[in-house]
Design a protein around this ligand. Structure first.
Ligand code: GTP
Ligand code: MG
Length: 195
Protein backbone atom coordinates (compact mmCIF):
# COMPACT_ATOMS: atom_id res chain seq x y z
CA UNK A 1 0.00 0.00 0.00
CA UNK A 2 1.25 3.44 -0.82
CA UNK A 3 1.17 5.53 2.31
CA UNK A 4 0.28 9.13 1.71
CA UNK A 5 -0.60 9.99 5.29
CA UNK A 6 0.03 8.35 8.64
CA UNK A 7 -0.93 10.07 11.85
CA UNK A 8 -1.24 9.41 15.54
CA UNK A 9 -4.89 9.92 16.49
CA UNK A 10 -5.16 9.45 20.24
CA UNK A 11 -4.28 7.45 23.34
CA UNK A 12 -7.09 5.75 25.16
CA UNK A 13 -7.76 3.70 28.25
CA UNK A 14 -11.56 3.39 28.14
CA UNK A 15 -13.88 2.78 25.15
CA UNK A 16 -15.33 6.28 25.48
CA UNK A 17 -11.89 7.58 24.49
CA UNK A 18 -11.55 5.41 21.36
CA UNK A 19 -11.66 7.38 18.12
CA UNK A 20 -14.56 7.05 15.69
CA UNK A 21 -14.41 6.91 11.89
CA UNK A 22 -10.93 5.46 11.65
CA UNK A 23 -11.96 2.65 9.29
CA UNK A 24 -11.13 -1.04 9.59
CA UNK A 25 -8.40 -1.69 12.14
CA UNK A 26 -5.52 -4.03 12.84
CA UNK A 27 -4.09 -4.31 16.37
CA UNK A 28 -0.56 -5.24 17.44
CA UNK A 29 -0.04 -7.37 20.54
CA UNK A 30 3.04 -8.82 22.19
CA UNK A 31 5.37 -8.87 25.14
CA UNK A 32 6.76 -5.64 26.35
CA UNK A 33 9.86 -4.68 24.34
CA UNK A 34 9.18 -7.28 21.63
CA UNK A 35 9.02 -4.55 18.98
CA UNK A 36 5.35 -3.66 18.39
CA UNK A 37 5.89 0.07 18.03
CA UNK A 38 8.96 -0.53 15.83
CA UNK A 39 6.91 -2.78 13.55
CA UNK A 40 4.25 -0.09 13.17
CA UNK A 41 6.89 2.51 12.29
CA UNK A 42 8.49 0.18 9.75
CA UNK A 43 5.16 -0.62 8.09
CA UNK A 44 4.41 3.08 7.84
CA UNK A 45 7.93 4.23 6.89
CA UNK A 46 7.75 6.71 9.77
CA UNK A 47 10.53 6.65 12.29
CA UNK A 48 9.25 7.70 15.71
CA UNK A 49 5.52 7.89 14.89
CA UNK A 50 4.89 5.13 17.44
CA UNK A 51 7.16 5.80 20.41
CA UNK A 52 9.77 3.09 20.92
CA UNK A 53 12.25 2.51 23.70
CA UNK A 54 15.03 0.17 24.76
CA UNK A 55 13.30 0.13 28.17
CA UNK A 56 10.31 -2.25 28.33
CA UNK A 57 6.91 -0.83 29.16
CA UNK A 58 7.04 2.23 26.91
CA UNK A 59 3.49 1.89 25.58
CA UNK A 60 1.05 1.90 28.52
CA UNK A 61 -2.17 2.98 26.86
CA UNK A 62 -4.01 1.98 23.68
CA UNK A 63 -2.62 4.11 20.86
CA UNK A 64 -4.58 4.67 17.67
CA UNK A 65 -3.08 5.58 14.30
CA UNK A 66 -4.83 6.45 11.05
CA UNK A 67 -3.33 5.64 7.66
CA UNK A 68 -4.44 7.36 4.45
CA UNK A 69 -7.55 8.46 6.34
CA UNK A 70 -9.14 5.02 5.96
CA UNK A 71 -7.21 2.32 7.84
CA UNK A 72 -6.48 2.08 11.56
CA UNK A 73 -3.50 0.65 13.44
CA UNK A 74 -3.75 0.03 17.17
CA UNK A 75 -0.59 -0.19 19.27
CA UNK A 76 -1.52 -2.10 22.41
CA UNK A 77 0.54 -1.98 25.61
CA UNK A 78 2.93 -4.89 26.06
CA UNK A 79 2.34 -7.69 28.52
CA UNK A 80 4.74 -9.64 30.68
CA UNK A 81 6.86 -6.80 31.92
CA UNK A 82 7.69 -7.61 35.53
CA UNK A 83 8.84 -4.12 36.45
CA UNK A 84 5.51 -2.37 36.11
CA UNK A 85 3.57 -1.92 39.30
CA UNK A 86 1.07 -4.54 40.35
CA UNK A 87 -1.74 -2.04 39.91
CA UNK A 88 -0.68 -1.41 36.35
CA UNK A 89 -0.40 -5.12 35.60
CA UNK A 90 -3.90 -5.61 36.96
CA UNK A 91 -5.29 -3.03 34.54
CA UNK A 92 -3.69 -4.51 31.39
CA UNK A 93 -6.14 -7.43 31.15
CA UNK A 94 -9.37 -5.44 31.59
CA UNK A 95 -8.16 -2.57 29.42
CA UNK A 96 -7.24 -4.84 26.51
CA UNK A 97 -10.20 -7.20 27.03
CA UNK A 98 -12.57 -4.25 26.84
CA UNK A 99 -10.96 -3.23 23.58
CA UNK A 100 -11.48 -6.68 22.02
CA UNK A 101 -15.00 -6.86 23.38
CA UNK A 102 -16.19 -3.53 22.08
CA UNK A 103 -14.14 -2.69 19.00
CA UNK A 104 -16.30 -3.45 15.97
CA UNK A 105 -13.71 -2.05 13.58
CA UNK A 106 -11.09 -4.65 14.54
CA UNK A 107 -10.43 -6.94 11.54
CA UNK A 108 -7.23 -8.66 12.57
CA UNK A 109 -4.58 -9.02 15.24
CA UNK A 110 -0.83 -9.26 14.75
CA UNK A 111 0.78 -11.23 17.60
CA UNK A 112 4.51 -10.57 17.85
CA UNK A 113 7.02 -12.97 19.36
CA UNK A 114 10.79 -12.68 19.60
CA UNK A 115 12.35 -15.07 17.07
CA UNK A 116 15.43 -15.50 19.29
CA UNK A 117 13.68 -17.28 22.15
CA UNK A 118 11.03 -19.96 22.53
CA UNK A 119 7.63 -18.32 23.15
CA UNK A 120 7.12 -17.76 26.87
CA UNK A 121 4.27 -19.17 28.94
CA UNK A 122 2.73 -15.74 28.71
CA UNK A 123 3.00 -15.76 24.91
CA UNK A 124 1.17 -19.09 24.93
CA UNK A 125 -1.53 -17.85 27.30
CA UNK A 126 -1.95 -14.70 25.25
CA UNK A 127 -2.40 -16.65 22.03
CA UNK A 128 -5.10 -18.79 23.68
CA UNK A 129 -6.70 -15.65 25.06
CA UNK A 130 -6.62 -13.94 21.65
CA UNK A 131 -8.21 -16.94 19.92
CA UNK A 132 -11.37 -16.58 21.99
CA UNK A 133 -12.14 -13.22 20.38
CA UNK A 134 -12.39 -14.92 16.99
CA UNK A 135 -10.49 -12.35 15.02
CA UNK A 136 -7.95 -13.44 12.40
CA UNK A 137 -4.47 -13.74 13.93
CA UNK A 138 -1.09 -13.36 12.28
CA UNK A 139 2.02 -14.42 14.21
CA UNK A 140 5.09 -12.34 13.49
CA UNK A 141 8.50 -13.61 14.61
CA UNK A 142 10.44 -10.41 14.93
CA UNK A 143 14.08 -9.29 15.40
CA UNK A 144 15.13 -11.87 12.81
CA UNK A 145 18.21 -9.74 12.06
CA UNK A 146 19.51 -10.92 15.44
CA UNK A 147 19.85 -14.60 14.47
CA UNK A 148 21.81 -16.27 11.69
CA UNK A 149 20.11 -17.66 8.60
CA UNK A 150 21.02 -21.21 9.56
CA UNK A 151 19.28 -20.80 12.92
CA UNK A 152 15.97 -19.80 11.39
CA UNK A 153 14.38 -23.19 10.67
CA UNK A 154 14.85 -24.54 14.20
CA UNK A 155 13.64 -21.30 15.79
CA UNK A 156 10.55 -21.23 13.59
CA UNK A 157 9.84 -24.87 14.32
CA UNK A 158 9.96 -24.16 18.02
CA UNK A 159 7.59 -21.20 17.67
CA UNK A 160 5.18 -23.24 15.55
CA UNK A 161 5.17 -26.08 18.06
CA UNK A 162 5.03 -24.03 21.24
CA UNK A 163 2.18 -21.84 20.00
CA UNK A 164 0.35 -24.77 18.37
CA UNK A 165 0.32 -23.11 14.97
CA UNK A 166 -1.03 -25.04 12.01
CA UNK A 167 -1.30 -24.55 8.24
CA UNK A 168 -4.04 -21.99 8.81
CA UNK A 169 -1.97 -19.97 11.28
CA UNK A 170 0.56 -18.04 9.26
CA UNK A 171 3.94 -16.96 10.65
CA UNK A 172 5.95 -14.18 9.08
CA UNK A 173 9.56 -13.49 9.99
CA UNK A 174 10.25 -9.81 10.32
CA UNK A 175 12.96 -7.29 11.11
CA UNK A 176 12.42 -3.63 11.86
CA UNK A 177 16.11 -3.18 11.15
CA UNK A 178 16.14 -4.57 7.60
CA UNK A 179 12.45 -4.33 6.71
CA UNK A 180 12.32 -8.04 5.88
CA UNK A 181 8.77 -9.38 6.05
CA UNK A 182 7.15 -6.00 5.67
CA UNK A 183 5.47 -6.79 2.33
CA UNK A 184 4.02 -10.04 3.64
CA UNK A 185 2.52 -8.30 6.65
CA UNK A 186 1.00 -5.61 4.42
CA UNK A 187 -0.44 -8.29 2.19
CA UNK A 188 -2.18 -9.90 5.18
CA UNK A 189 -3.43 -6.52 6.44
CA UNK A 190 -4.82 -5.82 2.97
CA UNK A 191 -6.67 -9.13 2.92
CA UNK A 192 -8.13 -8.59 6.39
CA UNK A 193 -9.20 -4.99 5.97
CA UNK A 194 -9.93 -4.73 2.25
CA UNK A 195 -7.60 -1.72 2.16
P1 GTP B 1 6.57 -1.66 24.76
O1 GTP B 1 5.92 -0.45 24.20
O2 GTP B 1 7.44 -1.39 25.92
O3 GTP B 1 5.60 -2.77 25.01
O4 GTP B 1 7.62 -2.23 23.65
P2 GTP B 1 7.41 -2.48 22.10
O5 GTP B 1 6.93 -3.88 21.88
O6 GTP B 1 6.61 -1.41 21.46
O7 GTP B 1 8.92 -2.45 21.58
P3 GTP B 1 9.69 -1.27 20.81
O8 GTP B 1 9.20 -1.16 19.40
O9 GTP B 1 9.72 -0.05 21.65
O10 GTP B 1 11.17 -1.93 20.70
C1 GTP B 1 11.89 -2.33 21.84
C2 GTP B 1 13.38 -2.36 21.51
O11 GTP B 1 13.65 -3.38 20.54
C3 GTP B 1 13.91 -1.08 20.90
O12 GTP B 1 15.21 -0.84 21.39
C4 GTP B 1 13.94 -1.37 19.40
O13 GTP B 1 14.91 -0.63 18.70
C5 GTP B 1 14.30 -2.85 19.40
N1 GTP B 1 13.76 -3.54 18.20
C6 GTP B 1 12.48 -3.62 17.82
N2 GTP B 1 12.35 -4.35 16.69
C7 GTP B 1 13.60 -4.76 16.34
C8 GTP B 1 14.12 -5.55 15.26
O14 GTP B 1 13.42 -6.06 14.39
N3 GTP B 1 15.48 -5.77 15.28
C9 GTP B 1 16.29 -5.27 16.23
N4 GTP B 1 17.58 -5.54 16.15
N5 GTP B 1 15.84 -4.51 17.26
C10 GTP B 1 14.51 -4.25 17.30
MG1 MG C 1 5.57 0.13 22.31
Amino acid sequence: MRITAAEFVTSAVTPAQYPVDVGPEVAFVGRSNVGKSSLINTLLNRRGLAKTSATPGKTRTINFFRINGRLGFVDLPGYGFAQVSRAERATWGPMVAQFFQTRQELRGVVHLVDVRHPPTAEDQRTRAWLLQWQRPLLTVATKVDKIGRTQRPSHLKQITETLNLDAESPVVVFSAQTGEGKEKIWEWIGEMTGR
